[in-house]
Design a protein around this ligand. Structure first.
Ligand code: AMP
Length: 397
């Protein structure tokens, strides 16, 4: 089966096209700056062929029209006709409490996605636009929604309820949802197969550390807790997001700095985290370089970042009553030996120790030979999960 995977953002469409029968990603690309002057489509094929197009791309429908056209292009494409696209899988950020797994898109599903816009005002509208664009362009092609929140949807009440009046949870759906679920699902399953064990026997902590960062406690294949909450602002320190803090701080800053709620939202989402503490950058590479040059605030940012991850490893080992594996993924988790070393320092009491040489040489299994807990560095592949889910659901129908 050939599956087109789409990840529609507010001004971008990321795509990847898979031939699952051959286990091959045939091509992938990004349409960026949609609705702005000089939109760019960057396309690359599995054989290394690459092309960049600059065009006026006014909206998501046009962007997806370009994507379908380049898939069929004589020189750069991989298929002959639109009919070669068997199904389209969409990354959808927020499934709310309705969707606990991937689902075939129907009018009812679109209606619920609309109802959930309030929970993800930045993300769900472009996801819906992408679905509607495909409905217009490829009306006979089945579509599937794969939700960032779904993997966490079976968290117990003790993990997802906030300590606020229960009526507010019922009335406004204010609870912890968690995000990056597709990534946590993929890397925890990969870790189990690398250990040659069934995931139903394992207690795994997964750390997805990219621009956004979150961790999950994956107990026998199910996420029982995760660090992101009602929105992706809770939990770990991130590039520009604050993560956990005393909620009173927000009210105090709003009073002292005379900020509106929208300004406070921008402060916490865009000017905090690594950027806020270091005053230098949101990029971990810059933070590490400047820390090594002796910049004090960059060292604080690095230390807060790693310390929070370490604390959640302990918390989740306690929540699961044990720990068999720790997985690092995401741009930082996969690439920063410094972060992995700092996080894993002094965790010998948990039976967790990494091998410094393996960590530096970017092996997949970076555990020390005597470490009871396995430590992995695994490249996440959310698009592949979306393609596989899409195939399974379409075949099942
Ligand atoms: P992602 O959102 O998963 O694409 O991750 C992006 C982040 O990964 C960037 O902002 C960088 O901070 C981080 N990153 C990428 N490569 C490295 C590296 N070699 N060392 C440290 N951080 C890195």
């Amino acid at each position: 089966m050939k599956i087109l995977v789409l990840n529609c953002g507010s001004s971008s469409v990321k795509y990847q096209f898979f031939d699952l029968d051959k286990n091959l990603a045939l091509c992938k690309g990004l349409v960026d700056r949609i609705g702005m002057a000089g939109a760019v489509l960057a396309h690359s094929r599995y054989d290394g062929e690459k092309i960049n197009l600059v065009a006026e791309i006014l909206d998501h429908t046009m962007a997806i029209e370009y994507v379908v056209a380049i898939l069929m292009s004589k020189n750069h494409g991989v298929i002959a006709t639109q009919k070669d696209i068997d199904a389209v899988g969409h990354r959808v950020v927020h499934g709310g409490e309705t969707f606990s797994g991937s689902i075939k898109i129907t009018d009812d599903v679109i209606r619920v996605l609309h109802e959930n816009i309030g929970l993800a005002p930045l993300h769900n509208p472009p996801n819906i636009k992408g679905i509607q664009a495909v409905t217009r362009l490829l009306p006979d092609t089945p579509q599937v929604g794969v939700f960032d929140t779904a993997f966490h949807s079976n968290m117990p009440h003790k993990a997802f309820l906030y300590g606020i009046p229960y009526e507010l949870y019922k009335k406004h759906k204010i609870r912890r949802y968690g995000f990056h679920g597709t990534s946590h699902r993929f890397v925890s399953a990969s870790a189990a197969s690398m250990m040659n064990k069934d995931i139903s026997e394992l207690k795994i902590v997964t750390a997805h550390l990219g621009n956004g960062c979150s961790m999950a406690a994956v107990d026998r294949g199910k996420s029982i807790d995760t660090t992101m909450g009602f929105t992706p602002l809770e939990g770990l320190l991130m590039g520009t997001r604050s993560g956990d803090m005393d909620p009173s701080v927000i009210l105090y800053i709003m009073g002292k700095e005379e900020l509106t709620s929208s300004e406070a939202n921008t402060l916490l989402n865009k000017h905090s985290g690594l950027t806020g503490i270091s005053g230098e950058s949101s990029d971990m590479r810059d933070i590490i370089t400047s820390m090594k040059e002796g910049h004090k605030r960059s060292r604080y940012a690095f230390e807060v970042f790693c310390y929070r991850i370490k604390k959640y490893i302990g918390a989740y080992a306690a929540a699961m009553g044990g720990l068999d594996a720790l997985v690092f993924t995401g741009g930082i988790g996969e690439n920063s030996a410094d972060v992995r070393a700092e996080v894993c320092k002094d965790l010998g009491f948990l039976g967790l120790e990494i091998d410094g040489k393996k960590n530096d040489s970017r092996e997949d299994d970076i555990s020390a030979p005597n470490s009871r807990v396995k430590v992995f560095r695994i490249s996440t592949d959310e698009e592949l999960v979306i393609a596989r889910d899409t195939q399974e659901i379409v075949k099942g129908n």
